[in-house]
Design a protein around this ligand. Structure first.
Ligand code: GLU
Length: 492
């Protein structure tokens, strides 16, 4: 018997859809963590669906866009392991396309020139404020008489181009994260400017909402996944899609990243750019892992520590929270420490060597370097901790207060003198753990002191303080270049 497969109640669009998503950063600053997280969600979704993740550089703001920021955005994404599938679209290169769409809207009577001057508009807003109304454009130039318009033209007035927004219109969409969304046309601030002020026989610079619709449509974007601060823009963009006879993509608005006070994470919180995190010593693995957890809840049974390639298999919109995601430094630090602790000494050395070089420190040979990273790795949270912890192995450390106090204790100096003399009999490059332990025991016996005193005094002399990594291992590392001897001799 043949089994009838019931038809799946999907909208047509979804049945045949090859997912195409995009990140559309404005290069007016370095890659922000919010943008990077949006990139990650887009990338994860594309991976899950076997689709494409694209980049569009929204550089239409000529004054604020900079080449160096474009580079920074590319580098930041690559650092996080987020790669794109096609060469990036540079928005400014499509300006003619944008203008021809504006012209189409003008020709159809769906857009018009507005000649109101800045001071007229300011006066309008002032009056609205006085009457306790929310500021909005009052559509004053929507239905100009031909005489009025030719008067403005005669005066040589410049004009912006506005897209007509019907106040009575109800705009709805099914947001993939937030569910059914409703917007009323009257809440969109009046007819929307789609081209900047320019001489009235030209079309000025096309503006954000128009340009995004033109580009998303040209790039065949199927899902627009972006921050919830764009919700009002989505309502406007849906109207533009309709006016242009285009099918809008599906929309998903992700929650914002909040600081510990519950406010949107901003420059005032200090660290916000991916570069800042990198410079502080966070690893790309931990950052990508942490950013995925910012707003997305793990399926049951899945470990909080993961590679983004693993998450892409289970990523879905249902698990993205609607509420803002609070930034949790403790969790990020924990993830980073886990990533570092799982690194082999070799890999850790690879990561730390450039940082050592910046300090002018040269790792004498690979196996020494590996032993060093093996020694300090377990107590590192940030890669930069490695610099701090490796310092006494490259530079003679200053004696700290605790070390100074230790060396003043009776028996400390005698022990160091004894150790120094004994070391003269030992070839430094061959010094090993057994010899070190024997020498400590011998010192205890010969100098009639406690083992703890010998160990602590030695630590103070070698590393400058009573805290730090394993003493014997540190001693052996320092002995390879006889720096243990010179450090001890300082105090005898
Ligand atoms: N250029 C916009 C921004 O950086 C992106 C808007 C969008 O994703 O549509 O916020």
């Amino acid at each position: 018997m043949r089994v009838r497969i019931p038809s799946v109640p999907y909208p047509n669009q979804l049945k045949t859809l090859t997912v195409r998503v995009r990140l559309a950063p404005s290069p007016t600053g370095t890659l922000h963590i919010g943008t990077a997280r949006t990139a990650l969600f887009n990338w994860l979704f594309a991976q899950k669906k076997g689709g494409s993740f694209l980049l569009r550089i929204e550089n239409t703001d000529n004054e604020r866009s900079k080449e160096e920021y474009i580079k920074n955005i590319y580098q930041g994404l690559q650092w996080l392991g987020i790669n794109w599938n096609e060469s990036p679209i540079i928005q400014s290169e499509r300006v003619n396309e944008h203008k021809s769409i504006i012209k189409k809207l003008l020709d159809k009577g769906l857009a018009y020139r507005c000649y109101a001057t800045e001071s007229e508009l300011e006066e309008m807003r002032e009056n609205q404020r006085k009457s306790g109304l929310a500021p909005r454009y009052d559509n004053r130039n929507r239905d100009l008489s031909p005489e009025q318009e030719s008067q403005y033209l005669k005066e040589g007035r410049y004009s912006v181009i506005r897209f007509k927004i019907n106040d009575q219109k109800l705009i709805t969409w099914n947001d993939l994260i937030r569910g059914k969304m409703n917007w009323s046309g009257k809440d969109l601030g009046g007819d929307m400017v789609i081209a900047r002020r320019a001489p009235s026989n030209t079309i000025g610079d096309p503006l954000y909402n128009l340009v995004v619709v033109a580009d998303d449509s040209a790039m065949k974007i199927t899902h627009v996944i972006r921050g919830e601060d764009h919700i009002a823009n989505t309502a406007k963009q849906i109207l533009l899609y309709e006016a242009l006879g285009l099918t809008p993509p599906l929309f998903a608005h992700t929650p914002l990243i909040l600081n510990c006070e519950g406010k949107k994470l901003s420059k005032r919180d200090g660290v916000t750019s991916i570069n800042d995190f990198k410079n502080m010593g966070y690893t790309p693995e931990a950052m990508a892992n942490y950013m995925t957890l910012l707003g997305w809840s793990l399926p049951e049974g899945m470990n909080e520590r993961f590679k983004i390639s693993e998450v892409s298999k289970v990523f879905d919109f249902e698990r993205i929270n609607k509420a803002g995601a609070k930034f949790d430094w403790d969790k990020l630090n924990w993830l980073n420490s886990q990533v570092i602790h799982d690194m082999s000494p070799e890999i850790l050395l690879e990561k730390l060597e450039p940082l050592f070089k910046e300090k002018g420190w040269e790792v004498p040979n690979h196996s020494w370097g590996k032993e060093l990273t093996e020694l300090i790795g377990p107590s590192m949270v940030l890669l930069n901790d490695g610099v701090e912890q490796a310092m006494p192995f490259f530079e003679v450390p200053v004696l700290q207060a605790d070390g100074k106090k230790q060396l003043e204790i009776e028996g400390a100096k005698t022990s160091l003198i004894y150790i120094f003399k004994e070391l003269e009999q030992i070839e430094c490059s061959l010094f090993n753990k057994n010899q070190a332990l024997d020498l400590i025991n011998k010192t205890v016996k010969e100098c009639e002191v406690k083992k703890g005193l010998v160990m602590k005094s030695l630590r103070a002399a070698l590393l400058g303080t009573l805290n730090g990594p394993d003493l014997i291992k540190s001693w052996i590392l320092l002995s390879r270049f006889s720096s243990d001897r010179s450090r001890i001799s300082r105090f005898i």
